[in-house]
Design a protein around this ligand. Structure first.
Ligand code: ADP
Ligand code: MG
Length: 321
């Protein structure tokens, strides 16, 4: 049991940013409206996630660390959800097998604390804590030196974490995110649903001011999002976030459509920054392509590529006038 957790940990938690991703996903699943992420030393020393979500009762607080103890399976009604949940019930046991974890959670009735060190339950007892969940992950990989060796500098690990949290903040403008590193606030979003404000928090006032609203629609697809004006693009790496029905995806052809639309306007050695959500009937998406949940297949992909290209092109051209 402990061994299988350790093996799973290799997949789920290669580095601090992977842990942050899993924990923030859990907070989002728990319907949190506010998620605070405190990082010490790139997450190698400590990762703390505090949410105001539904919390867990006393029994679930310990059960959550048992393998495949997901509470989400029965709640699943469609294939899309199943295949986007990724590692079902593996994240917490995996993380707890390679670190010192303290969980405090309050579901409005029970209020509990569970402490697990490197896979061993240290204590589980009632405690006072606000509604929601606090999860603290300390001293990552101290007992697994081979894995510890693969960690890079705290600065580098933090840059990966920051990237993960930015993407969550952009894709969930209705949730307030707060990220800090070594006690210093890095960014904070309000959670008032205003994507432009989120972009401002992340890319600065100038970047967000130049955001062009995207809106495209045909019989099957609705496209909404923001593209930053080409002349203000500061990205030196590809930075286009694509979402289908609110879930982040990766798809070469769609990314290429975005690049092609931008191409005539882009300064040299600069890449577009855009955040694009594509709404469609779940039947048009095949998510069984890859368990990593990023890759997807679309039944009318050419049509969506064309709409995406035209939507961005039209917005950029109009903006030039
Ligand atoms: P999964 O998310 O696939 O269900 P995890 O190992 O990530 O598996 O979490 C196990 C269970 O712990 C979840 O199903 C959920 O019931 C509970 N849980 C984890 N994090 C939270 C949280 N922040 N708030 C409420 N419940 C949580
Ligand atoms: Mg999870």
């Amino acid at each position: 049991e402990h061994l299988s957790n350790m093996i799973a940990a290799g997949e789920v938690v290669e580095r601090p940013s992977g842990i942050v991703k899993e924990l923030v996903e859990n907070s989002i699943d728990a319907k949190a409206k506010h998620i605070e992420i405190q990082i010490l030393q790139g997450g190698i020393d400590c990762i703390t996630i505090i949410d105001d979500g539904c919390g867990m009762d006393a029994q679930d607080a310990t059960l959550a660390f048992e393998r495949h103890a997901t509470s989400k399976i029965q709640a699943v009604d469609d294939l899309w959800k199943i295949s986007t949940m990724g590692f079902r019930g593996e994240a917490l046991p995996s993380i707890a097998s390679v670190s010192q974890v303290t969980l405090r959670t309050n579901d409005g009735i029970d209020s509990s604390e569970v402490i697990i060190y490197y896979g061993t339950l240290k204590s589980a007892r009632p405690c006072g804590t606000p509604k929601g969940t606090m999860l603290e992950v300390r001293n990552l990989f101290q007992k697994t030196p081979a894995r510890f060796k693969h960690l890079k500098s705290p600065q580098y690990e933090f840059s990966l974490i920051s990237d993960v949290v930015q993407k969550f903040a952009i894709s969930h403008p209705n949730i307030g995110f707060e990220l800090s590193h070594d006690g210093r606030s890095v960014f904070k979003t309000k959670g008032n649903g205003n994507l432009r404000e989120v972009l401002m928090q992340i890319y600065g006032r100038d970047g967000a001011k130049t955001a062009i609203e995207l809106h495209g629609q045909d019989l099957d697809y609705t496209i909404r999002g923001y593209a930053l004006q080409p002349q203000f693009q500061r990205a030196t790496k590809y930075y286009v976030l694509l979402y289908i029905n609110g879930r982040m995806i990766r798809n070469y052809h769609l990314q290429k459509a975005v690049m092609d639309a931008y191409a005539p306007y882009m300064p040299k050695d600069r890449y577009p920054i855009a955040v694009i959500n594509m709404e469609m009937d779940a039947q048009l998406v095949d998510v069984n392509v890859h368990p990593s949940k990023w890759e997807i297949r679309l039944s009318k992909e050419k049509q969506l590529e064309k709409l995406l290209y035209q939507t961005i092109k039209a917005a950029l051209m109009q903006d030039m006038e």
